[in-house]
Design a protein. Structure first.
Length: 385
C-alpha cells in the first residue's frame, strides 16, 4: 500500500482529511478534488478555496497537475490523501511534444489531451466519462486515461466515452457540482445520474484492440513502428502523422494521398472527413473513432509495402511536405529515405488577387462556427441557471 508522505510540508495546518478519501489507482486529480469536497459536504470551489485561497484552481485544468505554478499544492494533496507525494507523478497529463512530464504552461492545450475549453470555472467542453462506470454512486470516479484523445471507449465496459449528460445534453462539469448532489456521478445542470449512454453504438473489436495497443505504448513508454522499437513520443508522433495522412486522403480521394490510403486498404468511398477542420484533439468521439480505426490499419502496414505503394504512385519525399511546418516523423524514415527527392522549385508570386475559398473550406468553417454557437448557447444557459 501507499506510504504516507514523509516530506515536510510548509502548510503545517494541512492534516489528513476527516473522512478519508484515498486517491484511487488511475484517478484524475479533478476527480479526487471533487470527490473529497463532496464527501466533506462542500462544493469543489469551497474545498479548493479553503486550502489554496491564493489560486483560482478551477480556472485551470487540474489534471495537468499544479507543479507548473506551485509545487506545494501536490504536497498538500499528498497529506490530505495520506499517500506519498510520488503517487501523483504518473497521474497527470503530459506534454508529448517534449518527451517529459513537466508541463510549463497553464493555458496551452496539450497534444493528445481532450480540451475542456475553460471560461472561468465553466468548461465549454464536457469532461469525458464512461456512463457504465457512473452507475454506482460510491464507486464512481473519473479516470485520467479518459482525458487522452486516443481513448474513445472504456477499457472495462467497452462503452464509448461521452462528454455530455445523457439526459439534458449539457457538458459534464464535475467541478460545478454542489454538496446536495453528493456524488461525482451527477450532472450539475439537471442533477440526474450520468449513467445514460447517448449513443447506442458499441465500439468495434478493432477499435478496442487499437486502444489497448496505444495504452501499451503509453504505459510502457515505447512502441513498435515499422518493425522497430521507438519511444512513446515517436510512436504517438507517427500515429498523428498517419491521422493527418488519412485526413488528407479523405479530403481528396482521387488525388495522391487518397489513392495512397486506398492502395493500402482503406475504403475511401464510404468514410467521411470530420465536419470541422479542427485539430484531432478537438474532434468529437465519433469522428476520432473513424480516424483511429483507419490509422490502426495503416500502423500494421510494413516498410516494404509502404515503399512499393509510394513508388507505384510516384510519391516523392516532397509529397509529404504538405505545409511549411510539416515534419515527417523520425519513425517513418525507413520509408521516406527510399523515396525520390525532387529539387524544389521556387514559384514567382503570380497575382495578389484573393482567391475564393473552396466549398470544403467554407463548409468546415461554417461547421466550426456552429460548434462555437452551440458552446456559447450552453454557456448562456449555464449563466442564467
Ligand atoms: Zn466503464
Ligand atoms: Zn444533465
Amino acid at each position: 500500500m501507499f506510504k504516507t508522505n514523509q516530506g515536510a510540508t510548509q502548510n503545517y495546518w494541512v492534516k489528513p482529511l476527516t473522512f478519508a478519501t484515498p486517491f484511487l489507482y488511475g484517478e484524475s486529480l479533478t476527480s479526487w478534488l471533487v470527490r473529497a469536497a463532496l464527501k466533506h459536504g462542500c462544493s469543489p470551489l469551497t474545498f479548493t478555496y479553503y486550502y489554496w485561497p491564493q489560486y483560482r484552481i478551477w480556472t485551470y485544468d487540474a489534471d495537468k497537475g499544479f507543479n507548473h505554478f506551485d509545487e506545494q499544492i501536490i504536497s498538500d494533496i499528498a497529506v490530505l490523501t495520506g499517500h506519498n507525494v510520488d503517487t501523483f507523478d504518473d497521474q497527470i497529463l503530459i506534454d508529448f511534444s517534449k518527451d517529459t512530464s513537466v508541463v510549463l504552461d497553464k493555458k496551452t492545450p496539450l497534444q493528445w489531451t481532450a480540451p475542456l475549453s475553460k471560461r472561468n470555472r465553466y468548461s465549454r467542453l464536457g469532461y469525458p466519462y464512461c456512463p457504465d462506470c457512473m452507475e454506482d454512486d460510491k464507486e464512481a470516479y473519473l479516470k485520467l486515461q479518459w482525458r487522452f484523445t486516443w481513448s474513445v471507449c472504456c477499457a472495462k465496459h467497452k462503452t464509448f466515452l461521452q462528454v455530455d449528460c445523457g439526459h439534458c445534453n449539457q457538458p459534464y462539469q464535475p467541478q460545478l457540482l454542489s454538496p446536495e448532489q453528493q456524488f461525482i456521478n451527477r450532472c450539475h445542470a439537471c442533477y440526474d445520474k450520468l449513467d445514460q449512454a447517448i449513443s447506442g453504438i458499441k465500439p468495434s473489436e478493432t477499435l478496442y484492440e487499437f486502444q489497448k495497443l496505444a495504452d501499451q505504448a503509453f504505459f510502457s513508454k515505447q512502441g513498435i513502428v515499422l518493425g522497430q522499437v521507438v519511444s512513446m513520443c515517436q510512436w504517438f508522433e507517427y500515429l498523428l502523422f498517419l491521422i493527418n495522412l488519412i485526413r488528407r486522403g479523405l479530403k481528396n480521394p482521387n488525388y495522391m494521398f487518397g489513392k495512397l490510403i486506398a492502395a493500402l486498404g482503406i475504403d475511401t468511398t464510404t468514410l467521411s472527413l470530420p465536419k470541422t477542420a479542427l485539430r484531432f484533439d478537438y474532434l468529437p468521439v465519433d469522428e476520432r473513432t473513424v480516424l483511429l480505426e483507419c490509422a490502426y490499419h495503416l500502423l500494421q502496414v510494413d516498410t516494404d509495402n509502404w515503399i512499393k505503394v509510394c513508388l507505384d504512385l510516384d510519391i516523392t519525399q516532397n509529397s509529404f511536405q504538405w505545409s511549411k511546418s510539416t515534419i515527417t516523423p523520425k519513425a517513418f524514415s525507413d520509408v521516406y529515405d527510399q523515396l525520390h527527392r525532387v529539387p524544389t522549385r521556387r514559384y514567382e508570386v503570380q497575382s495578389e488577387d484573393i482567391k475564393p475559398a473552396s466549398p470544403e473550406v467554407v463548409m468546415a468553417s461554417w461547421n466550426r462556427l456552429k460548434r462555437k454557437m452551440q458552446m456559447r448557447e450552453n454557456y448562456d444557459k449555464h449563466k442564467k441557471s
